[in-house]
Design a protein around this ligand. Structure first.
Ligand code: ATP
Length: 502
């Protein structure tokens, strides 16, 4: 990928645009292209003004000192300076896009582009916001992409050497090839600098780099992802035995297990694309997403489009695209969109947000249709009335399941699962009787029954008994009785449209 930027500059493209939030990596890529082509490098931003980068990279760990050519000031003065000097080189403009809306700036830019090729001048714009239409036609876009496995291997090597050189204590390396490969794989989807930070903190933790750092690195990455955007890496250590009932759904998922393995491709199978789980709240939809990830041995990424609206006002669409690209870079992964109807709620109605959610939804739908990456999308939804019909069209999901309230046998299994999760032997209990008593209870309500009964037993200083559980069931008013109408509507809607999960 970085080679392509060098080729674009070499081919004489006068204006190249990189739309990214990973400015550091974009800068690294431009620097290395300029160095390879032996072109002088200049930087401009509203904050720094115009500066010239040193001709040679400083020694490791030292900051490059730039020569100030123009102090921060009017953008037009900088462009006039370029027009006058006609100095060959690569000019990096940060956040220049919005300036092009001004007629004078637009004109000056066009004048520069006229003479750029003859003078071996290239402007590379790095913008975190989409560039305006005014100049979209003038630029060639460069897709930065995410660091490749080879780049990440290099980052791992360099970071270890840097930490060792800087540390006053002895730093040791005990990494077999297989462990190193797993660490590198787990860094996919991070920028080089993010990866370096995660590796460095894993090394500093115990002054060594070995296979025990893998969980630390995964954890560091999880924290980074959750602090940096709308993708969150979720820990998933469940097995299919942790789900009570939902046998159809479990069978369907287990048949698709290994669907991304090379052997399944040789067999002529297509990659599974995804599943939509629609149903009553608290009946195990989210749990299923976690179980799939753990059972298939794939990382679980949760896409939270709600964050896109709240945190990235004005750049939501761009952020959604970035998130999808990031998921692609980390593939094979399970991508989980929880309560998809809430995320794109107004996509269906004539929205009050200027059509934003509609456009966002469109972006997601076309990505679902077009992407060619080993990504399994798990979407969950509770409210069908808010679901745009396009979502249900064939080809988007492999299957749509309806997750209803658990039946007698499933309720019995769920009680057993939650007792054994709390290390309580279920043999002395009459689970059939409890399950019958807990008619219309959801999975999460059954779990709550076990938790509350345990508290009651602890408070009474006795061990947990049938009576405790039975009393808790009597005290609980399940959601199903409170919102019976909504559930009935959901059931009748799902009747001919979805497969029953159980
Ligand atoms: P919501 O739509 O409200 O997010 P959901 O259908 O996704 O609900 P979960 O979040 O998966 O439901 O359920 C909450 C908790 O209830 C789970 O973490 C699990 O402990 C328990 N639970 C629900 N259903 C089941 C089940 N079928 N088997 C075992 N546990 C269950």
């Amino acid at each position: 990928m970085p080679e392509q930027l060098r080729l674009l500059i070499q081919a004489g493209h006068p204006l190249i645009s990189i739309e990214t939030i990973d400015e550091e990596r974009a800068l690294d890529t431009i620097h290395s292209a300029a160095r390879k082509l032996n072109r002088p490098l200049f930087h401009w931003s509203m904050y720094t003004g115009l500066t010239a980068a040193p001709l040679y990279d400083p020694p490791d760990g030292k900051e490059a000192v730039h020569e100030q050519l123009l102090k921060p000031g009017k953008t037009q003065d900088m462009l006039l300076h370029l027009l006058k000097e006609k100095q060959p080189g690569v000019y990096v403009f940060k956040d220049f896009g919005p300036h092009c809306k001004e007629a004078l700036i637009h004109r000056l830019l066009r004048e520069i582009l006229h003479l750029a090729e003859a003078n071996r001048m290239t402007i590379v714009m790095i913008d975190s916001l989409p560039i305006p239409d005014e100049i979209r036609r003038l630029v060639v876009r460069y897709e930065l992409g995410w660091p490749s496995v080879e780049e990440l291997e290099e980052v791992l090597k360099q970071t270890f050497l840097n930490v060792r050189n800087r540390s006053f204590e002895e730093i040791t390396l005990r990494l077999r090839k297989g462990d190193r490969d797993r660490i590198v794989q787990s860094l996919r989807g991070l920028s080089c600098r993010e990866a370096a930070r995660v590796i460095a903190s894993a090394i500093y933790d115990d002054n060594q780099l070995d296979e025990t750092d893998l969980p630390r690195i995964i954890d560091g990455k999880r924290q980074l992802l959750s602090s940096s955007g709308c993708l969150e890496s979720i820990a998933a250590d469940f097995s299919p035995d942790d789900i009570g009932g939902l046998s159809n759904l479990k069978n369907w998922l287990s048949q698709r297990r290994g669907g991304f393995a090379p052997e399944s491709q040789q067999f002529g199978l297509e990659w599974p694309r995804g599943v939509l789980m629609l149903g009553v709240p608290g009946c195990g939809k989210s749990l299923c997403a976690k179980v799939v990830a753990a059972d298939w041995g794939m990382p679980l990424l949760r896409l939270d489009p709600g964050v896109l609206y709240q945190k990235y006002i004005g750049e939501s669409e761009n952020q959604l695209r970035q998130a999808l690209r990031q998921a692609e870079a980390m593939a094979p992964v399970i991508l989980w969109v929880d309560e998809i109807e809430k995320a794109f709620a107004s996509a269906q109605a004539s929205s009050a947000d200027g059509g934003l959610s509609k456009r966002m939804f469109g972006t997601l739908l076309s990505w679902m249709q077009d992407h060619r990456h080993p990504i399994f999308l798990v979407a969950t939804a509770n409210d069908i009335s808010a679901l745009p019909p396009e979502l249900m069209r064939k080809g988007r999901f492999d299957e749509v399941f309806f997750v209803d309230l658990p039946q007698q046998e499933a309720r019995r299994q769920i009680l057993e699962i939650h007792l054994s999760r709390r290390k309580i032997d279920s043999a002395p209990f009459d689970l059939d009787q409890l399950a019958a008593q807990a008619e219309e209870f959801s999975g999460s309500e059954l779990e709550q029954v076990v938790i509350s009964a345990q508290f009651a037993a602890y408070h009474a200083k006795t061990s947990l008994s049938q009576e405790h559980l039975s009393q808790e069931i009597s005290k609980t008013r399940p959601l199903a009785t409170l919102s019976a109408e909504t559930i009935a509507r959901l059931r009748s809607w799902a009747e001919h449209r979805c497969i029953k999960a159980d």
